[in-house]
Design a protein around this ligand. Sequence first.
Ligand SMILES: [Mg+2]
Length: 129
Amino acid sequence: MTEVSERECVTLEELKKKMADFARERDWDQFHSPRNLLLALVGEVGELSEIFQWKGEVPKGLPDWKEEEKVHLGEELSDVLLYLVRLSDICGVDLGKAALRKVQLNAIKYPVKLNNDDNNNNKSFSESD
Ligand SMILES: [Mg+2]
């Protein structure tokens, strides 16, 4: 079941349901506690980090990367996303709504004018604060 259809959009809700079905069919719900899922997520972030480790800065779009490296990157990004979706589901958090709310909060915290001033002064900030 590795065939992937060419689709325009995949929703978080669809991923959430697929992950829930996947776990239920394998009787893995017993292992999917919030703590276990968080640790699995952190492990996958580590695997994602390994891909960039020792490469130094890489240009956007990864123009010098081999196709198999990009495929591997897509797999590890997916592992992170899928555990994040599963963790939020198990915790009863609507990830899509929470993310949209966070974007709104960030927009308040970092108004456009301030952001442009910061860029002009070559300051950096984190959207995840
Ligand atoms: Mg992985």
